[in-house]
Design a protein around this ligand. Structure first.
Ligand code: FE
Length: 255
């Protein structure tokens, strides 16, 4: 179901959460519209393409998409990119360290002159006058990872950070009970994020932003300042990735 979680008449934010096949990892795609222009975030793979195009068209003509944003290199983020290059004139926003890998997702002639490289320190861009901040979130999980902070709706699009893998029979769009929600996030965060040090540095940056909601690429979103604070506090103390090497003791030659 598409959820329009912000609309002030000029600015709209929409989440598409039910387009992935049931056997695939559930993924959310996002559309930000300001005035006449749109920005599509992490549009996903080829299996989603025709479904997402149909959904997005209900909100904005595809020719009005100005940016296609890829937070990192994963297939569920941008494997379907080539299709969007064909039917839109949008610029592809991609983290610096992944720029050279984009041709693997696209026909080179389509991507030519349309790639907007996001530097490691992030940047700001304008969507028909609205300011969008592209925030560094490296190693969370990808070595070159960028998040989107929308200054109008005060939404942080956090990519894989805050992702939850919810059971199909109990999938909910918005987190109501943070403590009960942790079990759906913990395994993914421990295994995929680089380290607690990275999480702490990200949390220190995030605390400087005025955030109304955090919306991850997988699972439920965190709505309201109290829930946002709970998430940031949780991630700031998390032990993950290389912090758990002693416990995992992986580096043994298999017998
Ligand atoms: Fe990912």
């Amino acid at each position: 179901m598409a959820i329009e979680f912000f609309n002030d008449g000029t600015h709209r934010c929409v989440r598409f959460d039910d387009l992935t096949d049931p056997e695939d990892v559930q993924a959310n795609q996002f559309l930000i519209i300001h005035g006449e222009k749109g920005m599509l975030l992490d549009p996903g793979g080829t299996k989603l393409y025709s479904k997402l195009v149909a959904e997005v068209s209900k909100y904005i003509p595809l020719q009005k998409l100005e940016y296609l944003f890829l937070s990192h290199q994963d297939p569920d983020v941008g494997a379907g990119l080539n299709g969007y290059l064909l039917i839109t004139d949008a610029k592809i926003c991609v983290p610096q360290v992944w720029e050279r890998f984009i041709p693997h997702f696209s026909t080179k002639s389509f991507a030519k002159d349309r790639v907007m490289v996001i530097p490691d320190r992030g940047m700001r861009l304008k969507l028909d006058g609205a300011e969008i901040v592209l925030l560094p979130a490296h190693f969370l999980h990808s070595p070159g990872n960028i998040q989107v902070y929308d200054t109008v709706s005060k939404t942080l699009f956090s990519g894989d950070l805050g992702a939850s893998l919810l059971p199909a029979e109990n999938a909910y769009p918005i987190v109501k009970d943070f403590d009960a929600h942790i079990k759906y996030m913990l395994g993914f965060h421990q295994r995929y994020l680089a380290s607690g040090q990275v999480c702490q540095r990200w949390a220190a940056m995030a605390r400087q932003l005025d955030i109304e909601r955090i919306v991850p690429q997988h699972g439920a979103m965190f709505e309201g300042k109290a829930m946002v604070k709970q998430f940031i506090d949780w991630i700031a103390q998390l032990k993950c990735g290389v912090d758990l090497l002693d416990e995992k003791d992986w580096y043994q030659i298999p017998q």
